[in-house]
Design a protein. Structure first.
Length: 288
């Protein structure tokens, strides 16, 4: 096995173990042990150099402080701002010390599609793990999860259908059914390193905090809209149409999160939309 895969496997397992029951008597949760091992493996394999390791540890510290309700509001707000800046920097790959593994290189899935390159982004995935582990509300058991699925199914279908229909109408994509060996890689990386990170940050962190800060009678709707617009702006690099579609998707993810107050269905809706886009339509988009 390529040594570069080991940090990712450890990080994937750490993210999965975030749903283990929390035991107050445990000094270290199993997920956090594995996440620490993933950092060590990333440094050993050259995936992470020392500036990247220091950034990961600093992000861990800020999020840990932000999650402590017994600390002063000033300290938690400062740590929240620090967490936001570091997470955005890691998710946008603007910070030094990360050498992410390239899995797919400039592949065209159709003659009229843009070439697609996929990186396994350790920086974004690790930031997502920290947000998920410390700050994102999660289901407690299978019964609660199944109830959330039933409660979220219609909004999820509506969100996916609306975004893909709008994308076709705006001529960003067209129908292009495909089935290839890249699908499994795309699903794993997109679900764990992209959807978990983005939903943990935008919904589990930003939307949750805004809902707590805004007046109660307006907070749900306003927080959904504000965070959806921010989610769209982060995707502005793909163009104005892409930003509009990301904002529309963000409204749906925020609505689903608000209905349940937990992160799972927003993550699964996001991942399902991305998977349907990859398998059934032009990916990443039509060439202009």
């Amino acid at each position: 096995m390529n040594l570069l895969y080991i940090p990712y496997l450890l990080l994937f397992c750490a993210i999965a173990l975030c749903w283990l029951p929390q035991q107050a008597s445990w000094r270290w949760q199993p997920a956090r042990i594995l996440a620490t091992c993933s950092l060590a493996a990333a440094v050993s394999s050259g995936l992470l150099s020392w500036p990247g390791l220091l950034i990961c540890l600093l992000c861990w510290f800020f999020i840990h402080v932000c999650a402590k309700p017994q600390l002063s509001a000033t300290l938690r707000i400062a740590s929240g701002l620090g967490s936001t800046l570091l997470v955005l920097g890691m998710a946008s790959h603007l910070l030094p010390g990360f050498h992410n593994l390239k899995l797919i290189s400039a592949v065209r899935y159709a003659p009229d599609s843009m070439p697609f390159t996929l990186y396994a982004n350790f920086d974004k995935g690790y930031a997502g793990f920290l947000l998920l582990s410390y700050l994102s509300p999660r289901v407690a058991d299978v019964k609660q999860f199944l109830a959330d699925v039933r409660h979220s199914l219609r909004p999820a279908i509506l969100t996916i259908a609306t975004v893909l229909t709008l994308a076709c109408m705006l001529q960003l994509i067209r129908w292009d059914l495909k089935w290839n060996t890249d699908i499994a890689v795309f699903l794993a990386v997109n679900l764990v390193l992209t959807c978990v990170a983005e939903e943990a940050f935008f919904r589990g962190f930003l939307q949750q905090k805004l809902s707590q800060l805004l007046p109660a009678q307006y907070s749900p709707a306003i927080s959904i809209v504000i965070v959806a617009v921010l989610f769209g702006l982060v995707h502005l690099g793909g163009g104005l149409v892409y930003m509009i579609l990301a904002t529309t998707a963000g409204l749906g993810y925020g609505w689903i999160y608000q209905r349940n107050g937990r992160i799972e269905m927003a993550i699964l809706t996001h991942a399902t939309l991305n998977l349907i886009h990859f398998v059934c339509f032009s990916y990443p988009k039509l060439a202009t």
